[in-house]
Design a binder for this molecule. Structure first.
Ligand code: PHE
Ligand code: ZN
Length: 873
């Protein structure tokens, strides 16, 4: 907590550390009310002439400090509020420090804390400093030995990084020792102690080494571990096959914890997971949860190379590990399921959440140059835009050279803490392609806007395509330069087939990937041999994270929706067409489908060749958040009403087709979380939602499905249909019976909370307050806070944007309440309030007033202060 204004940390101030820590020896004594931490560091000078050492420390009680076996006298060190400075040092020293900490009182969930009955740690980014005094920065890398001493009965399981060395019990105390042979920064340290059950399996690596895999959970969850093990084994194999990366310890462990600020953490050899991102069985987890688990298990595992073996020099390089690792897990998910569906899902996140961030007060480059609180920079820009930037490199280099580049990167920097620049250099050196210009993607914030115009010359049989790009100003960054934009494209002939492409300048075209390299503010490309006027398909596969302004008629869009050989652009054309419909509904307050449009949707529904999940996405209207990003001034009520009108029209016009589709896809096969079934369920439940919207028969079918479902995907989909029906007599009894059935399972109860809080029909301010007072809610648990408050503010948009500002006040109250107990969560909740400048004036003022109310609280955490002060400008 702070009084004075916190200072920003600047990338330009980076200095290498004075000392390295060769070895770190930790001994934890876990008592009921407190923990004693003994640390012994072997220091070695790293900067010539350095004589002082900076250590970080937060909320620590210092018990003793010794240098080379002698108590360190008071004049040799200075204690700051969050630091310790030691002076008069030489070449090598042994530093021994003892501190006392209070895990049971740690509600911030950083450092060592208690979750339920167990102890666990979270050290990224700067949590290790809450355990002991340490140079808590990623470029200090050390070999860690960890001893844990705890009550033998209460804590049968004691874990840390690396390989187990010994475990003994005497005098009722268990004493475990772990050694991690790989040098690592403190942010990858982990410790777990608890009464846990374990699910065990094995994996044989590409070179034939045997690795033990273990998932530790609280006893009641042992029947929810099968899928994570399976996903882990598939991830390990995939990383060998696609990136040539082999696992490097004898054991790999995952622990599930209920109280966790984020999704999961890649601690070396001991990943710690939010239980919602690892536990699943058919009765309790939806298909969406299974897919989330598959991708997060892979993500954390892939960090073993992209993050742990090669780590970040400083936190400005965060996207070095996160952008690359998201790119790797996206490739894995695409290979396990459908690549097109994965691309659609990722583009949706970019266009709603990331473009909004890039256009708002928290806009920052993929490599930021300043921050106040690093926890605020675990963003969609660092992760998802960072992934897109790596993806563009992949498009520019092609798969083969990209793989050479990643091989070179891992070989060159194994065991090092490096920068984004070093990653791009490896890609450049391995491919021979000059990437100097490409690096601008890392330094410039904001979403480039690309406008396209075409001119067809029937006589010359040419098509000219003129592209212009411009990146808008963002806070503290103006006058941006053009970036290197890979434009994957195709030209469709009258039958919808791709024409062969010949383009001038030829050097701007890569035929293998069908990519045009657009690098200047404005460029014209001329396609020749174009015998009839084509329909242009631009930015296939979402080939660059840009906003596109390209006027195509509804007729052309319908043509692309039907014929484009690129699945992503079929979907995109459909969304653009639907945006037209929604605009039309907003302007005339009525809407009906034209016969050709109705026909197109009907034939998609009947198309059994297409991936069913793809059909479901093709028939889903852009979300309200998505529509907002395509509006200059956001009027949530108008967006909601016009979208509902279109949704209603589609449901009415195609209700017979939706019914047929639903009945066709109902299956009596035993549930399995496999692609063939998951995609069918996605379409089946989408069809149900349309059908139930406009017929009693459909709504009765939802009730029937709810009552008889043997899996959570179908049960939850039916429940949501009933909740969204706005029919109290249908929704209320279903919610009651669902709660009675599942009240002892917190992960299911969270879904029950979200189904209500996120519903336009049910998620009113009053109802959300009722949920917050419900016994199922708990302010200390981040998953519960997200399930109710974030879901309300991000999904129940008509209620959140209520005209009297009560929705904003509810969110601000939550931020104020969590500011001191859990600043990271408080800060993350704030996102919807950062968008006030784009709202219609009355709402804008109300939202701004809530930000000001938060600002006037005083005593703001750095986390909340940074977001609120930047939002108020
Ligand atoms: N490094 C984690 C990941 O992306 C995210 C994380 C950050 C978790 C900070 C906890 C705290 O895999
Ligand atoms: Zn990550």
């Amino acid at each position: 907590m702070r009084d004075a204004q916190p200072k920003a940390i600047q990338l330009s101030d980076y200095r290498a550390p004075n000392y390295q820590v060769e070895t770190t020896h930790l001994r934890f004594e876990l008592f009921n009310d407190y923990t004693i931490v003994h640390s012994k560091l072997e220091l070695v000078r790293h900067q010539a002439d350095a004589t002082s050492l900076h250590l970080d420390g937060q909320e620590l009680e210092l018990i003793s400090i010794e240098l080379d076996g002698q108590p360190l006298t008071a004049e040799r060190y200075v204690l700051g509020e969050e630091s310790m400075e030691i002076h008069g040092l030489g070449e090598r020293h042994t530093l021994a420090i003892v501190t006392r900490i209070y895990p049971a009182k740690n509600t911030a969930l950083e450092g060592l804390y208690r979750s339920g009955g167990m102890y666990c740690t979270q050290c990224e980014a700067e949590g290790f400093r809450r355990i002991t005094y340490y140079p808590d920065r990623p470029d200090v890398m050390s070999v860690f030995t960890t001893e844990i001493i705890a009550d033998a009965e209460q804590f049968p399981v004691l874990l840390s990084n690396g390989n187990p060395v010994s475990e003994t019990v005497s005098d009722g105390k268990r004493h475990a020792v772990w050694l991690d042979p790989h040098k690592k920064p403190a942010y990858l340290f982990a410790l777990v102690a608890g009464d846990l059950k374990v699910k065990e399996d094995r994996f044989t690596t590409m070179s034939g080494r045997d690795v033990v895999l273990k998932i530790f959970v609280e006893p009641q969850n042992i029947d929810k571990t099968d899928y994570a093990i399976d996903a882990l084994q598939r991830s390990m194999r995939w990383d060998e096959e696609v990136y040539g990366r082999e696992y490097d310890l004898d054991i790999f462990m995952i622990v599930a914890v209920d109280d966790f600020n984020m999704g999961a953490m890649e601690n070396k050899g001991l990943n710690v997971f939010n239980s919602s991102c690892v536990l699943a069985n058919p009765a309790t987890a939806t298909d969406a949860a299974y897919q989330r688990i598959e991708s997060i298990v892979a993500h954390e595992y892939f960090h073993n190379w992209s993050g742990n073996r090669v780590t970040c020099r400083d936190w400005f390089q965060l996207s070095l590990k996160e952008g690359f690792t998201v790119f790797r897990d996206a490739g894995f998910s695409a290979d396990m399921n459908s690549a097109t569906v994965k691309r659609v899902e990722d583009a949706k996140i970019m266009r709603t959440v990331q473009f909004a961030e890039d256009g708002g007060p928290m806009a920052h480059p993929v490599q930021p140059d300043a921050y106040i609180e690093i926890s605020n920079f675990y963003t969609v820009t660092i992760y998802e835009k960072g992934c897109e930037v790596v993806g563009m490199l992949h498009k520019i280099l092609g798969a083969e050279k990209f793989r050479k580049g990643s091989d070179l990167y891992f070989a060159r920097h194994d065991g090092q803490a490096v920068t984004i620049n070093e990653f791009v250099s490896a890609m450049q050196d391995a491919s021979g392609i000059d990437l100097t210009l490409f690096k601008r993607w890392y330094k410039q914030a904001g979403t480039p806007i690309v406008s396209a115009t075409t001119k067809y010359d029937a006589e010359a049989k040419t098509l000219s395509l003129t592209l212009r790009q411009h990146t808008p100003d963002t806070p503290k960054q103006t006058n941006k330069l053009p970036v290197w934009i890979p434009v994957q494209l195709g030209l469709l002939d009258a039958n919808g087939n791709d024409m062969a492409i010949q383009v001038e300048p030829a050097a701007a075209w890569t035929p293998e990937s069908q990519v045009l390299h657009f690098k200047e503010a404005e460029q014209t490309f001329v396609f020749s041999g174009v015998t009839t006027e084509p329909v242009v398909s631009l930015f296939r596969d979402f080939s660059a994270p840009v906003k596109v302004q390209f006027d195509q008629t509804p007729t052309d869009l319908l043509f692309l929706l039907k014929h484009d050989s690129d699945g992503f652009n079929r979907w995109d054309a459909g969304q653009r067409l639907m945006l037209h419909w929604i605009e039309q509904a907003a302007a005339t307050s009525e809407f009906s489908l034209a016969p050709t449009e109705r026909e197109a949707l009907a034939s998609l529904l009947a198309d059994t060749e297409l991936d069913a999940a793809m059909v479901a996405y093709l028939l889903t209207l852009p979300s309200e958040a998505y529509i907002s990003e395509f509006s200059d001034v956001v009027d949530p009520l108008r967006i909601h009403t016009s979208r509902e009108a279109v949704c209603q029209a589609i449901a009415v016009d195609l209700s017979a087709e939706f019914k047929d589709c639903y009945l066709r896809l109902c299956s009596s096969d035993e549930y399995a979380p496999i692609p063939a079934q998951m995609t069918a369920r996605a379409l089946k439940n989408l069809a149900l939602s349309y059908w139930a919207r406009v017929t009693d028969e459909g709504l009765e079918q939802a009730q029937q499905q709810f009552a008889s479902a043997d899996n959570m995907t179908d049960q939850m989909a039916a429940l949501i249909v009933m909740v969204n029906s706005g029919n109290e007599a249908v929704a209320a009894p279903a919610l009651t019976s669902f709660y009675q059935q599942w009240q002892t399972d917190p992960l299911v109860v969270n879904q029950w909370l979200s189904a209500q809080a996120g519903s336009s029909a049910m998620g009113t301010v009053e109802h959300v307050k009722y949920l917050l007072a419900h016994p199922a809610f708990d302010w200390r648990n981040p998953n519960k806070v997200r399930s109710v408050i974030s879901i309300f503010a991000n999904q129940s948009l008509v209620n959140f944007h209520r005209e009297d500002g009560a929705g904003y006040a509810l969110l601000a109250d939550a931020v104020i309440r969590l500011n001191s107990s859990n600043p990271q969560i408080a800060s993350r909740l704030l996102t919807p309030l950062t968008k006030w400048q784009r709202l219609v004036p009355t709402l804008s003022q109300l939202m701004k007033a809530e930000l000001q109310r938060i600002m006037h609280q005083g005593n703001l955490s750095k986390d909340v202060y940074e977001v609120v002060s930047k939002s108020l400008g």
